[in-house]
Write a protein that binds this ligand. Structure first.
Ligand SMILES: [Zn+2]
Ligand SMILES: [Zn+2]
Length: 243
């Protein structure tokens, strides 16, 4: 056994983000252990209650996102806060707290076919498009030292060869969304985000990423802002959508 192989087999062991069991040497390139990978793949085939298609094929989106002018919302699977122990929840949880290039790359490679499909369907060249993400609050950014959406978007940009840009700016603070009424939330969100440099997005097809889409309110706000800044179309992508 070569020294490098020895190191990787016995020293550089790493836990699976889904179940914390050791990931075997043969699966060193995958994010999950075999069992969790199977669960992850099964979750992608779970069917949407609205269109009955597998989640990874479903294009249903919250009404407000439609109204904001998003062309499509693609996702890999369904998110449920009740499934904390499932690998899909675990990987998002882990990534939120600690930067991990392997997990970001894994999620990006899973999203890649969806991005390619959409670009192909709309006959858009990679160079006409732009990849961007919804920034998380600065407080959590400082606390955890990472923005998981940014790292996944950057990894995706490398894979699909669509240029990456930081287009959305999120202000400090802002009121806590939970305590506000629906109307106040909308107003709060509109004040929270802005496009600092419209020339970046003008005339571009913008691919907008967020890790989890729940009500779609933040995403809808960002879609409107990007369109107002001159984006010719906005396509949305996420890892998971809450039902
Ligand atoms: Zn596992
Ligand atoms: Zn659907």
């Amino acid at each position: 056994m070569k020294f490098q192989e020895f190191l990787e087999r016995y020293i550089h062991v790493r836990p699976c983000p889904g179940c914390t069991s050791r990931v075997s040497w043969e699966h060193a390139e995958d994010a999950f252990c075999t069992e969790c990978r199977e669960k992850w793949d099964r979750a992608k085939t779970e069917s949407c209650k609205n269109c009955f298609q597998a989640y990874s094929d479903c294009v249903c989106m919250p009404k407000r996102l439609e109204h904001a002018g998003a062309l499509v919302l693609r996702k890999l699977l369904r998110y449920s806060s009740k499934r904390q122990k499932e690998p899909q929840n675990r990987i998002l949880y882990v990534l939120k707290r600690k930067p991990n290039r392997r997990y970001s790359r894994f999620l990006a490679s899973e999203l890649l076919p969806l991005v390619r499909e959409e670009l192909k369907a709309l006959e858009i060249e990679s160079s006409e498009a732009l990849l961007t993400y919804i920034p998380r609050g600065r407080k959590s950014n400082i606390k955890y030292g990472t923005d998981q959406s940014e790292s996944v978007t950057r990894a995706l940009s490398v894979l699909c060869e669509v240029p990456f840009a930081n287009t959305l700016h999120r202000k400090w603070g802002g009121k806590e969304q939970k305590r506000l009424s629906a109307r106040e939330r909308q107003k709060n969100l509109r004040q929270l985000f802005s496009v600092e440099d419209p020339s970046l997005v003008k005339g571009k097809v913008v691919l907008l990423f967020d890790d989890v889409v729940t009500s779609g309110a933040s995403m809808a706000t960002c879609v409107s802002l990007l369109k107002k800044a001159g984006a010719s179309a906005v396509l949305c992508f996420c890892v998971a959508q809450t039902e």
